[in-house]
Design a protein around this ligand. Structure first.
Ligand code: NAP
Length: 345
C-alpha cells in the first residue's frame, strides 16, 4: 500500500507543490493510501454560497444542477465550486481505514461520520446523484470520498436526526466563534441572522451579552425574520438588504442609539456585504466574516477607505470544540431544534 502525506499532498495533480484545497485538480481514485479513510458517501451538504451560485447558473433546473455538480467533480476530483472556491461537507459510512491510522483514530468500519473538512479539498467520486434537496443545499449521492490523516470528523450523534446534524455541523465554526468573541455588554449584529449559521450565532451571542448588551438580527425576507422572532433569538430585528451600505448604516444606527456595534458577524450567502458590515461596526469593533462570499480586497480596502481601525476576522471554519458547541445548541434550545428539524431534518 502506498504511503501518504498527512495533509493529502500525495493526491495533488495540479499545480504541483500545493495542498489539496488550493489545488485545481486532485486525484480521486478510490484506492486508499496507508493513512487515508475511505467513506461510502450518503449526502453532500453543499456550502450555501456555492449552492446559491449553482442554482442560479442552472436557473433552478434540477437536471442542470446535477450536471454542474458532476462536472465540477469530474474536472477537479473534488466538489470545489470554481466561482466561489468553496465546498461543503458530507456524511457517510466508514468503509476502509488505512493501516497507518491504527490506534490514531477512534473509528471502525461501519461508523457513520460527518467530515468536518471542506469538500473543496476532499477527493470525491459521484457515481449517481439520487436526490437534490434544493431548499436545504443537500444532495444524496451514490459515491465515495477520502479523508486524509489530518482531516477532522465527527461521529454522528445518536440523539439527533442525521440530516439535522449534517446541517448544523456544516456551519459549526460560526456559533463556536461567536461563543469565543462575544463579551458581556456587547452590541452584537448578525447579518444574515435568520439563516442557518446566523440563528446559531444569535443564540450564542444572546447567552453572553447579558442585560447591558444588545443582540441585533438583520435579515432579508419577512418569512425568515419571523422564524428567528418565534425563537426569541434577538433583542432587535432589522429587515434590510445587506448589500445596501446606507440602509444598513442608518438602521443599525437607530437600533443602537448611534453607538453602532462592538461585534458584527456576517453570515450571508451573497457577495458585496463587506462595506455594510464595516459601517455598522464601531471604529474599534470587530467583524467576523463567516460568509464565503466575502472578498478580502473589498473588506481591506473598504475599511481603509472609510478610515476604520476595525479588526476583521476571516471565518476559519474550525475552532476547537466547534462540533460539540453546535450540536449542544440543538439539545439546549427546544425552539431552535424545532425550527432546524422543520427546515433540515
Ligand atoms: P443560509 O442559511 O442560506 O443563510 C444565509 C442568510 O443570508 C439567509 O438568512 C438570507 O436571508 C440572508 N441573505 C441573503 N441575501 C441577503 C441580503 N441581500 N440581505 C440580507 N440578508 C441576506 O446560509 P448558511 O448556511 O448560514 O451560510 C452562510 C454563509 O456562511 C455562506 O456564505 C456560506 O458559504 C458560509 N459558510 C462558511 C463556512 C466557513 O467555514 N467559514 C462554513 C459553512 C458556510 P433570507 O433567509 O431572508 O433569504
Amino acid at each position: 500500500m502506498k504511503k501518504g502525506c498527512p495533509y493529502g499532498t500525495h493526491r495533488v495533480i495540479e499545480p504541483k507543490n500545493t495542498l489539496p484545497q488550493p489545488a485545481v485538480k486532485i486525484d480521486n481514485t478510490m484506492e486508499i493510501y496507508d493513512n487515508e479513510i475511505l467513506i461510502d458517501v450518503q449526502t453532500l451538504n453543499i456550502d450555501s454560497a456555492s449552492f446559491t451560485q449553482i442554482k442560479e447558473e442552472a436557473k433552478g433546473k434540477e437536471e442542470k444542477i446535477k450536471e454542474i455538480m458532476k462536472n465540477i467533480v469530474e474536472t477537479r476530483g473534488k466538489h470545489q465550486n470554481p466561482v466561489t472556491g468553496s465546498g461543503g461537507m458530507l456524511i457517510g459510512t466508514v468503509k476502509e481505514i488505512g493501516p497507518a491510522l491504527e490506534g490514531k483514530v477512534d473509528l471502525k468500519v461501519g461508523d457513520k461520520i460527518a467530515t468536518l473538512v471542506s469538500l473543496s479539498l476532499t477527493p470525491l467520486k459521484i457515481d449517481e446523484i439520487l436526490a437534490v434537496r434544493k431548499d436545504i443545499d443537500q444532495v444524496d449521492i451514490k459515491g465515495e470520498a477520502i479523508l486524509f490523516e489530518s482531516g477532522i470528523y465527527a461521529v454522528l450523534p445518536e440523539d439527533l436526526p442525521e440530516n439535522l446534524a449534517l446541517s448544523v455541523l456544516d456551519v459549526a465554526g460560526a456559533p463556536a466563534q461567536a461563543a469565543k468573541l462575544v463579551k458581556p455588554g456587547d452590541n452584537v449584529l448578525v447579518i444574515g441572522g435568520a439563516g442557518k449559521s446566523g440563528m446559531l450565532c444569535l443564540y450564542e451571542a444572546r447567552k453572553r451579552v447579558g442585560v447591558n448588551g444588545k443582540v441585533i438580527c438583520l435579515g432579508y425576507s419577512e418569512e425568515s425574520l419571523e422564524r428567528a422572532k418565534s425563537a426569541d433569538l434577538a433583542d432587535v430585528y432589522i429587515k434590510a438588504d445587506a448589500t445596501n451600505a446606507v440602509e444598513v448604516l442608518e438602521k443599525v444606527k437607530e437600533a443602537t442609539n448611534g453607538e453602532m456595534t462592538d461585534i458584527t458577524i456576517n453570515c450571508v450567502n451573497v457577495p458585496n456585504t463587506e462595506m455594510p458590515s464595516i459601517l455598522a461596526t464601531k471604529d474599534d469593533g470587530l467583524i467576523y466574516f463567516f460568509s464565503m462570499a466575502t472578498n478580502f480586497t473589498k473588506a481591506a480596502l473598504g475599511a481603509e477607505g472609510v478610515g476604520k481601525d476595525t479588526t476583521m476576522i476571516m471565518g476559519n471554519g474550525y475552532t476547537k470544540g466547534h462540533a460539540e458547541i453546535a450540536l449542544q445548541i440543538m439539545r439546549e434550545s427546544k425552539e431552535l431544534r424545532k425550527i432546524y428539524e422543520e427546515l433540515y431534518a
